[in-house]
Write a protein that binds this ligand. Structure first.
Ligand code: CUO
Length: 678
């Protein structure tokens, strides 16, 4: 009986978790379902030639540059020219977005996809390309196109770890998967995080190697590509530079929180002149092209042919100079002020850098080049023809602990800029007439659970054997769903913005952090807008509603089955065409904490949304979720004018100066349960 009750509760909770998913959902029509099926099929077994007969027939005599309808034919014409001249990256080779020629070819394909004037041209061009263009370039261009084409709204892309499992699971798992297929025995293969417990970085590998975190990161970079030509594509990316800063800042803060959960010190910024203390052995093998290169302990940076260490120092110095003068130089000699409104956005564009960098020749390509320097560190001269390192793909970069060190270096430059801005005044912080009286928060409990990665696409069909069910089983962090209730008092009805942060309370010696010390380490766990009525009221919120997370992904196999059933009329599939797939998975909302209970603090600030809104859309307009780290897409403006990370993005002198009646902070603990059973 008790068991039944628990089961009932779990089901209620599960349906609550679905609530965010189904908001704005409508039953998918045949047109949509066909498109969804076709896109999934394009992403299946991408290393093999077109194998769905329909797709093969569709492009038998198709030349997109002749038969297709494009808004601008230049990209497809150029692509065809290179294709016919056989100068494109061959199929089977490893694609890296950081490689200039690889990228430029991919952009031609992407632009062909984006400029296709109807679904028919788009789809046929994709089927054509799938057979002829390098599969890495193809999947990447297709994914970014699907995320940006009007007629693809709502289409779900398979997660990267299912398209290329090779990049996410270690070599042993791949070998076992082959064995399973050869012997036609379904298998679940257990996989450990890389390295051993003797390597302290391995203690937190559950975050860096989490496929959901990697998916989020890769997806973010597809929503906000650094190579995006907004004017040409006719799609603006509002506050893209600031989002580059903020999303990565949040990743670093989260990493540091996990480190403290495990009693490790906060991560040190990388220095291009010093040894990198901890090495990294990815123990992962490309499908073709060998193992991901490893980096031994205490390894130095080395000059590459096209990227020099000295350049990185120069770029860093010039950026620091611009920050301290609060001005950057543009290419045509202008001085652009780094003011409080635009400064962070400009710096983001400049450091990543994106197409919008004010002066790439002068400020260089600090962040992107550093990814490449790290990726090629063990074969800088290309003597051994090693394939790209994990740092050279957004899908795998966070696996290397040096990723967080690099981004800490970048983040510190952003912090240097923020620290020069005046602290927020009382007037900027308060919300007269609105008070937070109390905050009730449920228990924060985390645990590890098993997660299975579908290995279907890791197995080639060459052996003429039917596929068998093969899964890699990994551990992943999760938390119990929790709710909270904020007790408010207001002298009038207001539309209020709520920003919620979580931070560690005590350092490694069990002394309390000051508010200014802990400020850079706060993670944003929610942000939303709602009405607060006059008088006393209570605002309820569930962890599943958080604006930083998205619900867990379905496996592509399950999704494809549902789509096929819906096409046959056996069931209805609901689709929310605005739903985003960028964001931490819901289960990563909380850091691990400790089994003894880690003391943390939760903060909320309530502000007047009427004063910060940027448009007249309804205050509860659904931007498709995960707004906090992933901004908004679809040509919308970011919905408020406050700096991301407000009010903790600027220096704070003292608690007394800072806290106003519209803020509240509370001590809570995060307890990690070793042997957790639902
Ligand atoms: Cu996301 Cu460095 O920008 O990986």
């Amino acid at each position: 009986m008790k068991w039944l009750l628990t089961l009932g509760l779990v089901m209620v909770l599960a349906s609550l978790a679905q609530a965010k998913l189904t908001r704005g959902s409508v039953p998918a029509d045949q047109d949509f379902l066909t498109r969804q099926r076709d896109v999934i099929r394009l992403c299946m077994k991408v290393h093999e030639h077109n194998h769905y007969q329909e797709q093969v027939d569709l492009v038998k005599d198709y030349d997109p540059s002749v038969a297709g309808k494009f808004k601008d034919v230049t990209p497809i014409k150029r692509l065809m020219k290179y294709y016919n001249a056989k100068t494109l990256l061959p199929r089977g080779d490893i694609f890296s977005l950081f490689h200039k020629e690889h990228r430029e070819e991919m952009i031609l394909l992407f632009e062909s996809f984006l400029f296709a004037q109807d679904w028919d041209t788009f789809f046929k061009t994709a089927v054509w390309a799938r057979d002829r263009i390098n599969e890495g370039q193809f999947v990447y261009a297709l994914s970014v196109a699907v995320l940006h084409r009007e007629d693809c709204k709502g289409i779900i892309l398979p997660p990267a770890y299912e398209i290329y499992p090779h990049m996410f699971v270690n070599s042993e798992v791949i070998n076992s998967a082959y064995k399973a297929k050869m012997t036609q025995t379904p298998a679940i293969i257990h996989m450990n995080f890389t390295g051993t417990i003797r390597n302290p970085d391995q203690w937190i590998a559950y975050l860096g190697e989490d496929v959901g975190l990697n998916s989020h990161h890769a997806h973010w970079h597809m929503d906000f590509p650094f190579w995006w030509k907004a004017a040409e594509y006719g799609i603006e990316k509002d506050r893209k530079g600031e989002l580059f800063y903020y999303m990565h800042h949040q990743m670093i803060a989260r990493y540091d929180f996990e480190r403290l959960s495990n009693w490790l010190h906060f991560v040190e910024p990388i220095s291009f002149e010093d040894e990198i203390e901890h090495g990294f052995y990815p123990q992962t093998t490309y499908r073709v092209g060998g193992e991901f290169p490893a980096r031994p302990d205490n390894f130095h940076f080395h000059d590459l042919e096209h990227i020099k260490i000295k350049d990185m120092l120069d770029y860093t110095r010039r950026i620091k100079e611009a920050i301290s003068k609060q001005k950057v130089r543009s290419k045509n000699g202008e001085k652009i002020p780094l003011d409080a409104v635009h400064g962070i956005d400009i710096l983001g564009d400049l450091m990543e850098p994106s197409v919008e960098s004010p002066h790439e020749d002068y400020y260089g390509s600090l962040h992107n080049d550093a990814h490449v320097l790290l990726g090629q560190i063990t074969d800088p001269l290309g003597k051994f023809d090693l394939p790209p390192g994990v740092m050279e793909h957004f899908e795998t970069a966070t696996r290397d602990p040096a990723f967080f060190r690099l981004h800490k270096h970048i983040d510190n430059l952003f912090k240097m800029y923020k620290d020069l801005l005046p602290p927020y005044t009382k007037a900027e912080l308060e919300f007269p007439g609105v008070k937070v009286l109390d905050w009730e928060i449920g228990n924060l409990v985390t645990y590890f659970e098993d997660f299975d990665i579908d290995m279907l696409n890791a197995l080639d069909d060459t052996a003429d054997l039917p596929d068998v069910d093969v899964k890699a089983r990994v551990q992943r962090l999760n938390h119990e769903p929790f709710t909270w209730a904020l007790h408010m008092e207001s002298d009038k009805e207001v539309t209020a913005a709520f920003r919620v942060f979580l931070g560690p309370k005590k350092d490694w010696y069990e002394s309390d952090f000051t508010i200014n010390e802990v400020r850079p380490y706060l993670i944003e766990i929610d942000k939303f807008v709602t009405k607060v009525v006059a008088g006393k009221s209570v605002i309820h919120r569930k962890s599943s509603e958080s604006s930083v997370t998205i619900p867990d992904r379905e496996t592509t196999k399950v999704l494809l089955e549902k789509v096929e059933h819906a096409l046959e009329g056996k069931e209805t599939l609901n689709v929310n065409k605005d739903e985003r797939h960028c964001g931490y998975p819901d289960r990563l909302l909380l850091p691990k904490g400790r089994n003894t209970g880690m003391p943390v603090q939760i903060y909320v600030i309530v502000t007047d949304f009427e004063k910060e809104k940027v448009n007249d859309l309804p205050y509860d307009y659904d931007y498709g979720g995960s707004l906090s780290y992933c901004g908004v897409v679809g040509g919308h403006k970011y919905p408020d004018t406050k700096a991301m990370g407000f009010p903790f993005d600027r220096r704070i002198y003292s608690r007394e100066d800072f806290f106003t009646d519209n803020m509240y902070t509370k001590d809570v603990t995060i307890t990690f349960k070793e042997n957790h059973h639902h």
